[in-house]
Design a protein around this ligand. Structure first.
Ligand SMILES: Cc1cc2nc3c(=O)[nH]c(=O)nc-3n(C[C@H](O)[C@H](O)[C@H](O)COP(=O)(O)OP(=O)(O)OC[C@H]3O[C@@H](n4cnc5c(N)ncnc54)[C@H](O)[C@@H]3O)c2cc1C
Length: 404
């Protein structure tokens, strides 16, 4: 067999899925597979860092494959090897210590990094992000020595960081730019219910506010709001969006916008270079969840083996990983001019269900308090079934619709 090298940049969740898909096949075209990772540890389940911060899982428990798995499949991992440049002409990649690696096929799976808010004081000690194992260890360490935290960003990541720090005994305030928490996944009512549930367990939320700056000499001491209110704190977590890691690809002349531009076969503008996961962009779309990355990895495994396959972005349902606050959301979260709303709310038990219908087909579902029927609604959304026969029962879930 002709010698052929696959080089993978980044060893996150999606790169690992691609490796698993490749080695699960009877044969693949590579005699050598090497992985260059900026992190010190092999791929782990990044999604579960929230559970690690909350003290519900250990770092060891979230590792995706033990080291012998890589040996068994003759995959060579290079930890602490951040890539600094690609030379597409010579088909060579350079890492920070100057070492070079050649390739026949190159896969870029570098994920994304937390966005900067460009606030004055972001460089101060005590200002953190929540993206990887190192961030999580630092936050755990800080939470043992300090009492107060401010999280900037009331999306999934910010709220899970807030809950983790609360579980470590900190008093936490969340500052969120939009008028309600999780504004991309929830409507205003569900957002308010969430705010109340968090308040009840000691997480205070300030919505409709963007901090003006972070205050302190060397260490952060407070967050200043637009009206000059100061919120004293010992640490700040920035969790207000992500940016695809595409810089070195851009410098190498690979076509990029926000992310590395790919087609449905995950090919970039440069021959033999592919990109997938949070670092890539298809059309106007970038990806901030793991499921589309997994689907891309499945497609790319076929493409690398010379088979026909194409990635089709699909709807993804989301859940908040805070135990005791069940939230499910899929599809459209806010009513539009062509949608009808079916709403059911029980104020006593703080349960809420908002379904959006378009032409009697589900366009979106927001569930708070009781989410057991979430997958069933998601299925209705994906299948675009005509639900006109069940409208009376629809808000009560699958069992009532079946009975109806
Ligand atoms: C705390 C937390 C909770 C989350 N919860 C959810 C959830 O509930 N559901 C969900 O769907 N998604 C969740 N996500 C998002 C999910 O983790 C990502 O969508 C997923 O990890 C993306 O996979 P990826 O392989 O594209 O990127 P990553 O997993 O980020 O992997 C990219 C890897 O590339 C490395 N890298 C970057 N630059 C270089 C370079 N120059 N050289 C070498 N290596 C490099 C990075 O260090 C990283 O190890 C969560 C994320 C976090 C941080």
């Amino acid at each position: 067999m002709k010698e052929r090298t696959l080089l993978v940049i980044g060893h996150g969740m999606v790169a690992q899925r691609l490796l698993e898909r490749l080695v699960a096949r009877d044969r693949h075209p590579y005699t050598r597979i090497e992985v260059l990772s900026a992190e010190a540890v092999p791929a782990y389940n990044r999604v579960l860092l929230s559970s690690v911060l909350a003290g519900e899982a250990s770092l060891e428990a979230i590792t995706l494959q033990p080291s012998n798995w890589f040996r068994t499949h003759s995959i060579r991992l290079h930890p602490d090897a951040p890539v600094t440049g690609i030379d597409p002409q010579r088909q060579v990649v350079t890492i920070a210590n100057g070492q070079h690696f050649d390739y026949d096929d190159l896969v870029i799976a570098t994920g994304a990094r937390p966005a900067s808010l460009k606030l004055e004081g972001e460089h101060l000690e005590g200002v953190f992000t929540f993206r990887d194992v190192r961030d999580t260890e630092k936050l755990l360490n800080m939470s043992q020595r300090h009492r107060r935290a401010v999280v900037i960003g009331g999306g999934f990541l910010g709220l899970e960081a807030a809950e983790g720090l609360r579980q470590q005994g900190m008093s936490v305030t969340v500052i969120h730019r939009s008028s309600h928490l999780l504004n991309r996944q929830l409507d205003a009512t569900a957002g308010r219910l969430l705010e109340e549930a968090l308040e009840a367990r000691g997480i205070h939320s300030i919505t409709g506010e963007t901090p003006r700056g972070l205050v302190g000499q060397r260490r952060v001491r407070a967050v200043e709001l637009a009206d000059e209110t100061l919120i004293s704190t010992d640490l700040v977590v920035l969790a207000a969006g992500i940016i695809p890691n595409a810089d070195f690809a851009r410098q190498a002349g690979i076509a990029c916008e926000r992310g590395i531009l790919v087609n449905r076969q995950l090919k970039t503008s440069v021959p033999n270079i592919y990109a997938l996961g949070e670092c890539c962009q298809l059309g106007e779309q970038t990806f901030g969840l793991v499921e589309p990355g997994y689907q891309q990895a499945d497609v790319l495994a076929h493409v690398l083996c010379g088979e026909a396959a194409a990635f089709e972005p699909s709807q993804v349902a989301t859940r908040l990983k805070i135990s005791g606050i069940p939230i499910f959301s899929c599809g459209q979260a806010k009513p539009g001019p062509d949608t009808e709303s079916v709403i059911w709310q029980d104020h006593d038990s703080a349960r809420y269900c908002h379904l959006l219908l378009r032409d009697n087909r589900l366009a979106g579902a927001v569930l708070f308090g009781e989410t057991q029927d979430g997958p069933w609604y998601f299925d209705q959304l994906q299948q675009q079934r005509d639900l006109s026969a069940y409208r009376q029962q629809l808000a009560f879930g699958a069992a009532y619709c079946d009975a109806g």
